[in-house]
Design a protein around this ligand. Structure first.
Ligand code: ADP
Ligand code: MG
Length: 705
């Protein structure tokens, strides 16, 4: 949550009416440390204000309001009846009636109530009537009450139409108390709320003022419907969410602008190598590939260093795009590096690139091998021009004479901080990050908002979508039939397990056991096993055997999740599919359907709790990675997806990136145009302070260069 800094609002909690040291301590447990925290404390949800009714019409177990006259009161001390209780429990009891019926109200340990609740007084009670233990009269326990005047049924607005906020609580603090405390804080401090967002932006988008919005969040006006409040789409809630995305975008745009203002390498290639490559290709590029190549190359041509994200679903053809961009660097006399997360993937890229280049006269070197045997720093001269390897190897063991372009593949765990430091190596090379985890655009604008963004939203033609089917214990034998059929056609298959060994989790099937049993069930087949605890060399040997067709069925854990390319494999079986996340299932499915054959993804579930069912349904419904990502966002919630915390981003509390997509767009545009006109926010000191506070120590947004 973005908060406005103002010293009055930073006053300690004890300044608020109704808060003493004890309550202040309770509030601290809710992460409320000062007045400002209190004003910004978001309700969990809203509920309908209780309605007033006649006692006769009370519904059991619903919160309602009744008015009536106190007929009799008594203090009972049941410790005499119940033995063994240490503290005597005090019960104050009142009988209340209106013209329609009788109600008993009881309060525990508040004997002093007898001073205010006396026979003959009129009283208004708010609470949930329960069925009485004794007799027929319903009973309210510890109801909220107010003494009212003779014919005065409406008091302090309590029975207006409208909604009440429901906050998350801590032991010792009840809803009613917290509401009162927050209301008191608003009463005395609302005048000190200052608005950090420039007026012209608020006006342009009809966003209410901060003060109005904070008031409306805690004391919803009657025109805000309960549904709108709970969906967080009232103008006031949107305004508070806007603050959060806007301040976030201010930070991201500053980061982005900072790298743009540095001097990089301008690479204007002749296009000759690219032409030669395209002439060699057995296919033509898709329109999406052509578009992103144009975007990237024009970025490479500019003087300022490139920081760009290239997104595209598995199999959309990112490698060829990367290669064409690397050729542009070579044409301009620079070198290029392609880095992958694992050695296997680096090797695969290396092979793939060599194959694509055919007999073109371009040197490609592969950097693998463990870092243990410390080799001397290898210096890449201009003539050895494309380096492929793992991220660590290239960063530590290779020095370039003139690195022009760094491409990082499959690095979706690269946080904003790491990206900011990526260019430190080399001479401000252009950086392209490739991700095969499609994420919705609004989320990309947030997680990768410091980068430019290119997306390949089209698969090469002729792909038949993978057929996805769901199996349970009952019909799992059909899976063997499909495997048998495909293998007899000369195809290969993967079977993925959630764990390596049974001992990790007795409820789950394990890869080792699976690989042992498989030959008994399907004799005559060659079965391989790879998992994360095998030595790298052994794993790669098995992978190579599979790739080259010496193994029919590869039993594996998710080590094969990323990027492995075996076009002859047509079946992906996922055991205990209910235990995999949606993005992971989609990545696994992407391992098949890479050739020209009909392919299958067979999901075997042993049980299906609610959200597993949703994930399986999403898998059955679509093959489109972007749609899958959106479903994932809905199921898991935006905070969880991609681990925003891991990414180095400040935490978002009020924005829902799916629901508030338009708001993110709007905030982005406004942040860009504001910074264009005033790059250091000199004219908006409060906004500047707020942004710096929000980003905290992560990034010094306004450090002078
Ligand atoms: P990813 O985006 O998952 O890295 P790859 O670059 O590995 O995808 O491409 C997947 C497969 O599609 C490769 O075999 C590649 O040669 C092929 N491919 C790429 N672009 C095209 C295209 N325009 N037409 C046909 N096949 C293509
Ligand atoms: Mg790839």
């Amino acid at each position: 949550m973005t908060k406005t800094i103002d010293y009055d609002l930073c006053s300690p909690l004890q300044f608020v009416k109704g808060v003493g040291p004890a309550r202040a301590a309770l509030l601290k447990r809710l992460n409320i440390h000062n007045v400002q925290d209190l004003l910004y404390y978001q309700p969990l949800r809203y509920e309908k204000k209780p309605t007033q009714c006649n006692i006769r019409d009370l519904k059991l177990d619903h919160t309602q309001i009744v008015c009536g006259k106190v007929v009799s009161v008594q203090v009972v001390n049941p410790s005499r009846q119940r033995q063994g209780r240490r503290k005597p429990l005090n019960i104050f009891e009142a009988q209340i009636t209106d013209h329609t019926g009788w109600l008993r109200a009881v309060w525990f340990n508040q004997p002093y109530l007898k001073e205010s609740i006396k026979p003959g007084t009129r009283i208004m009670l708010t609470g949930q009537p329960k069925k009485a233990f004794i007799g027929l009269i319903p009973q309210m326990t510890n109801p909220a009450f107010e003494i009212i005047q003779e014919d005065d049924t409406i008091s302090s607005g309590l029975n207006d139409e409208g909604s009440l906020p429901v906050y998350s609580l801590t032991e010792g603090l009840d809803q009613r108390r917290l509401r009162t405390i927050i209301r008191n804080a608003l009463d005395s401090y609302a005048p000190y709320i200052v608005d950090p967002i420039p007026k012209h932006i608020l006006q342009a988008h009809q966003l209410p003022s901060l003060k109005e919005s904070l008031l409306a969040i805690h004391l919803p006006p009657s025109e805000s419907s309960l549904e709108d409040l709970n969906e967080a789409i009232t103008p006031y809630q949107r305004r508070i969410a806007f603050d959060e995305v806007f301040i976030l975008q201010i930070g991201l745009c500053i980061l982005k602008g900072r790298s743009a203002s540095e001097k990089g390498i301008s690479m204007k290639g002749s296009g000759e190598l690219r032409k030669a490559l395209l002439n060699n290709l057995p296919f033509s590029l898709t329109r999406a590939q052509e578009r992103v190549i144009k975007e990237i190359i024009s970025d490479m041509e500019s003087e300022s260093p490139m920081s760009r994200l290239l997104q595209g679903d598995v199999g959309c053809g990112k490698t060829i795009v990367a290669l064409i961009c690397m050729l542009n660097a070579l044409e301009s006399g620079h070198q290029a590096a392609l880095m992958a997360p694992t050695e296997l993937l680096a090797e695969q890229h290396y092979q793939g690139i060599k194959k694509l280049l055919g007999n073109m006269d371009i040197k490609v070197s592969l950097y693998t091998g463990s870092k243990r045997d410390k080799k001397p720093l290898r210096i890449l001269k201009k003539e050895s021009m494309i380096a492929v390897g793992t991220h660590a190897l290239i960063q530590e063991d290779v020095a370039f004479e003139s690195l022009g372009l760094s491409i990082i593949d499959e690095q979706h765990r690269f946080g904003v901080m790491q990206r900011a430091s990526l260019r430190k190596k080399g001479n401000n090379p252009d950086v392209l990050i490739m991700s095969a985890t499609p994420i919705p655009r609004t989320l990309a604008m947030t997680l990768y908002g410091d980068l430019d963004y290119s997306v390949i939203d089209e698969l090469p033609p002729g792909r038949t979508p993978v057929q996805t089917r769901l199996f349970t214990e009952g019909n799992k034998r059909e899976i063997y039939g499909i495997l048998q059929r495909e293998i007899s056609k000369g195809r290969q298959a993967y079977i993925v397990y959630p764990v390596i060994e049974e001992s990790e989790n007795a409820d789950l099937k394990s890869a080792i056991l699976g690989a042992q049993r498989l030959p008994e069930i399907m004799p005559g087949l060659s079965v391989g096993l790879v998992h994360g605890r095998m030595k790298q060399e052994d794993r790669e040997r098995v992978m190579r055997d599979f790739k080259e067709g010496r193994i029919h069925i590869l039993v594996a854990t998710t080590v094969i999740e990323v990027g492995v390319d075996v076009p002859n494999a047509t079946v992906m079986v996922i055991i205990n599919a209910e235990r995999f996340g949606l993005a992971q299932l989609h990545q696994l499915r992407g391992r098949v359907g890479r050739g020209n054959y009909e392919s299958y993804c067979l999901l075997l579930c042993y049980n299906q709790p609610e959200d597993a069912r949703k994930r399986m349904y999403a898998m059955l419904k679509t093959n489109d990675g972007f749609k899958i990502a959106e479903e994932d966002l809905k199921i898991r919630g935006y905070g969880d997806l991609m681990g925003t915390r891991q990414s180095g981003m400040p935490e978002l509390k009020t924005v829902n990136l799916l629901r508030d997509g338009l708001l993110v767009d709007l905030a982005r545009r406004e942040a860009e145009s504001l910074l264009k006109e005033d790059p250091t926010l000199q004219r908006y000191p409060l906004l500047k302070k707020t942004a710096q506070q929000f980003w905290g120590s992560r990034i010094d947004l306004f450090k002078t260069a």
